[in-house]
Design a binder for this molecule. Structure first.
Ligand code: HEM
Length: 144
């Protein structure tokens, strides 16, 4: 347990990086969709989407999951201290599904830049915000 707080500090750095990708990639999809007929623009934004997801999103997601999982392994008493971690893990299932959905959308927009609408992406962009608010309240306030 002596290094538990080092893992927790790494966990906080990891999920901040992961959330940065989850917040910003849908923004790129909005610009991509709004400039779908400008190939010079879509060629550049496709590279940005790829690098943001592969080089920041994926490593940060794994670092968050592994650091969180390690803390669960080291501190199993968490599950008997109320339902807050169960509720957090349920929200994390949706956050992970959202993560993989962004990669599926990214791949679709490579061949179909007119996929969905920029309004749809603006709404979809709010999902990780709502999940993050719920997750942080669960783990910091531990309401139940
Ligand atoms: C599968 C992924 C994750 C797992 C297994 C996990 C698990 C954990 C565990 C076991 C703790 C320590 C709790 C304690 O000792 O009280 C923790 C702390 C925390 N987690 Fe996660 N977590 C995950 C993802 C996330 C994500 C995505 C966020 C943010 C959106 C997040 C936010 C936090 C916060 C704010 C803390 C508390 C930090 C503190 O007490 O200073 N976690 N997490």
């Amino acid at each position: 347990m002596a290094y538990y707080h080092w893992i927790l500090a790494f966990h906080v750095m990891s999920f901040v990086s992961w959330m940065a990708m989850l917040f910003y990639l849908p923004r790129l999809f909005i610009y991509h969709r709004e400039n779908a007929d400008t190939k010079a623009f879509t060629d550049i934004v496709e590279v940005q989407e790829y690098k943001l997801f592969k080089y920041i999103g994926v490593p940060a997601m794994w670092a968050t999951v592994i650091s969180g999982g390690t803390m669960l392994y080291l501190n199993t008493g968490i599950f008997s201290s109320g339902g807050w971690m169960h509720a957090k893990l349920l929200a994390l299932v949706f956050l992970l599904a959202y993560h993989f959905s962004l990669n599926a959308i990214r791949n679709t927009m490579l061949t179909n830049p007119h996929y969905k609408s920029s309004k749809w992406f603006r709404f979809y962009n709010e999902v990780p915000t709502l999940l993050m608010i719920f997750i942080v309240i669960m783990v910091v306030v531990k309401p139940f």
